[in-house]
Design a protein around this ligand. Structure first.
Ligand SMILES: O=C[C@H](O)COP(=O)(O)O
Length: 249
């Protein structure tokens, strides 16, 4: 089965609203012919201008985080219906930076995944090991645990529409990209876990991205791997060169 590629930028804490509008306008014609879903995940304050600027184009807009409650006394947080009503379609959940600096756990990620699906958002569920864990030989066990908990209570039908981003923490923002073989091995293990949990149909439908120092020079090799269905791009998504990653073929 051939899955449609999904190439998403994660802007992290970069770009003002004005910069967002200008950047999306620049990007639109550069990715117009893309043979992949193109998503820009942007800071909360940039969501509305990004959706506005992307109107009529093939660029979808995603958030970088979301709360798992509908509303309430959660100062500084964004609720799922706020994202939906702003025209946002995707949301990154459980990025390693959220886990490290903002105390996100597998359990909160699971609550967010379920809530995002209730609202019709497409979650990009992140997982990844540290360098120590890789050296200890526990990468696959760790990733299986993260993914298994993230998908607790998620139905096969819901899981089929989700995106999982495998991002080895040692490769994020370091310029140290995983080899295509390393990335493929973990993405294949994730797909086989999804097969165990949900069956072959869901495993064939779910899309699995690689993230970590993806650039125009390594995208083609990574994205050619059978279990890699695109990428989650940090630094390289902030410049018009992101279009070269999107048009990697
Ligand atoms: O979400 C994106 C990743 O953290 C990768 O970031 P990077 O491409 O700057 O290494």
């Amino acid at each position: 089965m051939s899955r449609r590629m999904i190439i998403a930028g994660n802007w992290k804490m970069n770009k003002t609203p004005a910069e967002t509008t200008a950047f999306i306008e620049t990007l639109k014609p550069l990715v117009a012919g893309a043979d992949a879903d193109v998503v820009c995940c942007v800071p909360a304050i940039d969501l509305v201008p990004a959706v506005q600027a992307a109107k009529g184009s093939n660029i979808s807009i995603g958030a970088e985080n979301m709360h798992y409650e509908e509303s309430g006394a959660y100062t500084g947080e964004i609720a799922p219906n706020m994202l939906v009503s702003a025209g946002v379609s995707h949301v990154i959940l459980g990025h390693s930076e959220r886990r490290e600096y903002f105390a996100e756990t597998d359990e909160t990620v699971n609550r967010k995944v379920k809530k995002s699906l209730e609202h019709g958002l497409i979650p990009i569920v992140c997982c990844g090991e540290t360098l120590t864990q890789r050296e200890q030989g526990i990468t696959i066990d760790w990733i299986r645990q993260q993914v298994k908990i993230a998908f607790l209570g998620v139905s096969a039908e819901q899981a089929a529409g989700c995106v999982i981003a495998y991002e080895p923490i040692w490769a994020i923002g370091t310029g140290k990209v995983a080899t295509a073989e390393q990335a493929q091995a973990v993405c294949a293990a994730i797909r086989s876990l999804i097969r165990e949990l949900y069956g072959v149909e869901t495993a064939e439908a779910i899309r699995i991205q690689y993230g970590g120092s993806v650039s125009p020079s390594n995208a083609a090799e990574l994205f050619a791997q059978p279990d890699i269905d695109g990428g989650l791009i940090g630094g390289a998504s902030l410049k018009p060169d992101f279009a070269k990653v999107v048009n990697y073929k």
